[in-house]
Write a protein that binds this ligand. Structure first.
Ligand code: HEM
Length: 194
């Protein structure tokens, strides 16, 4: 997939780990079911403001998600409604066609920002404003007045969002960097050195 990104300068030479364990994600990454308070707390634990959390969530403008990350919103939301009432019904119907009930195959993925899945723009924020945020963790940003204002602002001011996003990404790159002889500086940031 050819992606169209936004360019910004990042410091090089970060020491990265040599092993990657799926189990680490459970303690460090938020699940897509989190609400705005839970997200804010988790990001605060890592030194990020609530606004930086909203800014970084815009990364979902590119990429794909497995059906399992949101299928509860389509089929078994809660006792009173099987489908999440905060999800736009035509969008829910489209997702149901793409993600059939009970299908947890890793081959089934959908774009998180169907309008432009390979372009780093702010249309993912615009999705929430029409109740088309794919994850509960995205749609929930409209339930708090401060974060809802930021979603609106980001949707309307792509240039401002890009500047905030670049800053927050560089900040995230400085998180828990290994020091001394731990880990290694990768020659290619995607893979460990051979
Ligand atoms: C705010 C809390 C966040 C939650 C709850 C969350 C949740 C998720 C989930 C469930 C997926 C789909 C994974 C899959 O099914 O394979 C996903 C994908 C993705 N997320 Fe997040 N995420 C969050 C924040 C972020 C941040 C801060 C970034 C980066 C700055 C990010 C970047 C991405 C990207 C690029 C993908 C697509 C991966 C691909 O296409 O393979 N997310 N996220």
């Amino acid at each position: 997939m050819q992606t169209r990104g936004l360019g910004y300068i990042v410091p090089a030479g970060r020491r990265d780990g040599k092993i990657s364990q799926a189990s680490d994600t459970f303690t460090n990454l938020p699940p897509p079911s989190f609400n705005v308070d839970q997200l804010s707390k988790l990001f605060a634990n890592k030194g990020f403001t609530q606004e930086e959390m909203v800014t970084l969530s815009g990364a979902h403008t590119i990429g794909r998600s497995h059906c399992t990350a949101f299928s509860n919103r389509l089929y078994n939301f809660n006792r009173t409604s099987r489908q999440d009432p905060s999800l736009d019904p035509p969008y829910a119907a489209q997702l149901k066609r793409q993600c059939q009930q009970g299908n947890s195959s890793p081959n089934f993925v959908v774009p998180m920002n169907p309008a432009s899945p390979a372009v780093t723009d702010t249309s993912y924020y615009a999705d929430f404003l029409t109740n088309r945020g794919l994850f509960t963790s995205d749609q929930t940003l409209l339930t708090n007045s401060a974060t809802a204002n930021q979603v609106n602002q980001n949707a309307k001011m792509p240039f401002l969002w890009r500047t905030k996003f670049a800053y927050a990404m560089v900040k995230m790159g400085r998180l828990q960097v290994l020091t001394g002889n731990a880990g290694e500086i990768r020659a290619n940031c995607r893979v460990i050195n051979s």
